[in-house]
Design a protein around this ligand. Structure first.
Ligand code: ADP
Ligand code: MG
Length: 264
């Protein structure tokens, strides 16, 4: 599969930070998030990890403005989030592709919602499909004809097509086999350093959190609170080296495990 190519299109917009201040969210009697405070730096790669049901998806959707919070404040750049905005794109765990539409049309969808004219929509979608390594052969395929890893690349292309400043990813690699996952992780890192987006990635994988991110936020079991924030001072670029084989990498994964095991 072709590596991701840096965009030849318009320069990407400068990344923006995300402010999460005193955020609470309940679903009826279920307290999903309690007093969450996190500052995500502009251009940072932040991983969110924590036990199932601790509110990771709820937090991601709150940042995206897809669900309202009960109290507190979320800002994306200068904007206070009260609904979906142009800065954020979401890559969902289950790909959330439209099965009846081709790859091309799936990727065009976000542009269609933003009122982009047909010709520009088609070109922008084609560029995004090329960026995720599917260019030239898969535009007219349907999602069911693609592997899980390729479907998730389409999900990423759809998110990238609108040129967001913030990429929110909810366990994007969870249902992808280990080999495909590693290739995809490296592609994501290349893309992130070429386009300087702010990324918040939810993961269950300690290795993935350490390999990809600048910092890891550990949430406690429900109700979700920020339990700890760990720095990941591994040198970059990580994708071109053998970071996983280093003692520092092993030590950081173990450090994260020592934090998580006490939460079980
Ligand atoms: N739409 C909803 N209605 C009711 N309860 C919900 C809804 N979304 C999430 N929850 C509950 O909130 C908690 C956190 O869910 P979620 O954010 O999906 O956790 P995670 O992604 O960390 O596994 C869970 O107890 C879940 O059942
Ligand atoms: Mg979830």
């Amino acid at each position: 599969m072709a590596a991701l190519a840096a965009s030849a299109a318009a320069a990407p917009p400068a990344p923006v930070g995300i402010g999460i201040e005193g955020v609470h969210k309940s679903f009826g009697a279920v307290h999903a998030l309690v007093d969450i405070n996190i500052g995500v730096r502009a251009g940072e790669f932040l991983a969110l990890i924590g036990p199932s049901g601790c509110g990771k998806t709820t937090l991601l959707k709150s940042i995206a403005g897809l669900i309202p919070i009960d109290s507190g404040r979320i800002t994306v750049g200068e904007r206070v989030v009260t609904g979906p905005g142009p800065e954020c794109s979401v890559v969902f765990q289950d790909f959330a592709l439209m099965p009846w539409a081709t790859v091309q049309h799936n990727v065009e969808f976000g542009l269609l919602l933003r009122g982009v004219p047909a010709k520009e929509r088609a070109e922008t979608a084609r560029r995004a499909i090329a960026k995720v390594g599917l260019g030239g052969s898969f535009e007219y395929a349907y999602p069911s004809q693609l592997s899980g890893g390729m479907q998730q690349r389409v999900g990423l292309a759809r998110a990238l097509a609108v040129n967001p400043q913030v990429l929110l990813m909810d366990e994007p690699f969870a249902s992808i086999d280990e080999q495909t996952r590693r290739v995809f992780q490296d592609d994501l890192l290349r893309l992130w350093s070429a386009e300087r987006k702010t990324v918040v990635l939810v993961t269950h994988s300690m290795e993935e959190a350490i390999y990809l991110s600048d910092r890891v936020v550990v949430l406690s079991p429900r109700p979700g609170r920020v339990h700890q924030v760990l720095d990941v001072p591994l040198p970059r670029p990580r994708e071109s080296g053998d970071v996983r084989a280093t003692a520092d990498f092993a030590r950081m994964v173990d450090g994260l495990w020592q934090v998580l095991r006490k939460l079980q």
